[in-house]
Design a protein around this ligand. Sequence first.
Ligand code: HEC
Length: 170
Amino acid sequence: MNSIGNEDFSGLRSAVAHGRSWLIAGLIVAMCACLGGEIRSARAANPAPAKTTWDGVYTDDEAARGKAQYNTSCSSCHMEDLSGSGQALPLAGDAFADIWEGQTMADLLGLIQGTMPQDKPGSLEPDAALDVISYILQSNKFPAGKEELKNDPDALKNILITKKAPAKTQ
Ligand code: HEC
């Protein structure tokens, strides 16, 4: 009698354990579905930037100021012609374009302000960093325009860095 009772009990336990693993699997599936939905809605809430680096987003004056700042703060590692040296990657040409493709001006400003110059991170005021960015844009053959790059986070998030000029004519 006793042994049968025990067997019944262990059978029940394994049934419960089995049921629980299905429950856990179900929860994981539900969580993934939910997260996927969140990611999709976050994407929908962030429309593609309205401008690109081909829309004349800096001025020649700004780039000239940026060149002077660049030669003070950056050229010792990234070289005067922006070709880079060793670990200090090129800031012009294909290498730069490939790293920054699809990112925004806000991303570039964030990186420069947060980590560069590597020997003195955070030492550039936002306006000085934006001047340097203008010079980098000019060196990458993006066209100048009539308005300076301004320290306005929303506007900077709205400028996409892209290697190819968009097909639309302006
Ligand atoms: C002391 C050397 C040094 C100085 C000065 C310096 N950098 Fe750098 N920079 C590096 C190194 C090394 C890397 C790569 C490693 C890393 O990302 O931390 C880098 C990476 C970068 C990157 C990311 C890589 C890329 O190709 O996009 C950018 C942008 C950049 N630097 C911009 C600047 C700017 C702008 C200045 C001047 C304000 C500057 N750096 C000054 C050493 C330097």
